[in-house]
Design a protein around this ligand. Structure first.
Ligand code: ATP
Length: 360
């Protein structure tokens, strides 16, 4: 990619609906060939950004450039991007083949030629031989693949995907995640993926933008977002975090500020046993939740907060029958992440990591 010509450039992008600032001054460059995800809670503005890129909405201010050209004023069909919607938006009365070929027909391509390309596109999503069926005769996952074939057959330079796996059950969703990633690699085009599922974003993306109230709260690789969240909001929204506020940080770390520690970076031992970590805090084991390959342990620390510890299951783990007993929790300084101050979105904090009143 030429650094001065990203696939997509958003400059000061703003969209208001009445009193609502749906998108609030977003600046963003997305590279050619990148798998880019926009992640955030419901109402954070990610779908509106996608619709502004597609041209379904006009910005209140700011610009959208595609491949070096300002397209802010252009109609959706005049932009070199295509969108896949969560509900697939297939034409029920048309065959699968005609659905896929539709975009080519609109462009005036002769029937034989467009059907040949549509068959090729169906092959890339492993649906050879399904061309004669109607969408109603397919499973949810197959319909989603038809929608992908239809969007890619016109060879857009970028594909916009609005929660495309949202309607699928978990197993199928995981399978489609792998297929999406393979398809993107095969096509080599930019994918912009909107999701509120953090695991999906972490699995698929080259980079992620975490949205909060119309703004990008953090932009980075999955590892950066997960290991180095910049704010309490990101730490709580992406995965589970134990958050130490200023008072707790002073008590446990001997310094002020807001810090977070991931549950899997914490270890736990019975009171009096050495756990060999830089930081330690004592408390009472409140809950033991068995989750297959690991166990989630909830501990009420004496300093007045509740933390979650995630332990791999092995023979000597602290067990369910030890609920109510005294334990020690430890972690290393290198796993303690300093967060910029900022409001924690309380709705997005998992209840078990929400700090308890200090008097408890
Ligand atoms: P979700 O995951 O629920 O789709 P989102 O992060 O994609 O959420 P948007 O759909 O972009 O969020 O919405 C951002 C804000 O703008 C919300 O407060 C929403 O209610 C508002 N909004 C979006 N579209 C419109 C519209 N056409 N008219 C009025 N308000 C709108």
């Amino acid at each position: 990619m030429a650094a001065d010509r990203p696939a997509i450039r958003l400059t000061g992008l703003t969209k208001t609906f009445g009193a609502v600032n749906a998108v609030d001054g977003v600046d963003l460059d997305i590279a050619e060939g990148e798998f880019f995800s926009m992640l955030g809670p419901s109402g954070s503005g990610k779908t509106t950004v996608l619709r502004l890129i597609a041209g379904f909405e006009q910005p209140t201010s700011g610009t959208v450039s595609l491949f070096g050209q300002d397209v802010t004023e252009r109609a959706p069909f005049d932009r070199d991007v295509n969108t896949v919607f969560q509900d697939y938006a297939l034409f029920p009365h048309m065959s699968v083949l005609d659905n896929v070929a539709y975009g080519l027909r609109v462009r005036g391509m002769p029937r034989r030629e467009r059907h040949a390309l549509a068959r090729e596109a169906l092959a890339t999503v492993r649906l050879e031989g399904y061309g004669d069926r109607k969408p109603g005769q397919l499973s949810g996952g197959q319909r989603q693949r038809v929608a992908l074939a239809r969007a890619t057959v016109v060879r857009p330079k970028a594909l916009l995907l609005d929660e495309p796996l949202g309607a699928l059950d978990l197993k199928l969703r995981e399978q489609m995640q792998v297929e999406l990633k393979e398809l993107q690699r095969e096509l080599g085009i930019t994918f912009i993926f909107v999701t509120h599922d953090q695991e999906e974003a972490l699995t698929l993306s080259d980079r992620i933008a975490v949205f909060n109230e119309g703004r990008i709260e953090q932009l980075g690789s999955p590892a950066e977002i997960y290991d180095k969240p910049v704010s309490p909001f990101v730490a709580a929204f992406v995965g589970t975090s134990n958050i130490l506020d200023d008072t707790l940080s002073r008590l446990v770390l001997g310094r002020g500020g807001i810090h977070s520690v991931r549950p899997e970076k914490m270890s736990i031992g019975r009171e009096g046993t050495a756990i060999h970590t830089d930081r330690e805090a004592a408390g009472v084991l409140a809950e033991v939740i068995y989750v297959g390959s690991s166990t989630r342990l909830i501990v009420d620390l004496d300093i007045g907060t509740r933390v979650t510890v995630l332990e791999q299951n092995d023979a000597d783990r602290v067990g369910e029958d030890e609920r109510g007993s005294r334990v020690q929790v430890g972690w290393d300084e290198r796993d303690t992440v300093a967060l910029a101050a900022g409001p924690v979105a309380s709705d997005d904090l998992p209840p078990l990591t929400r700090p308890e009143p200090a008097t408890r």
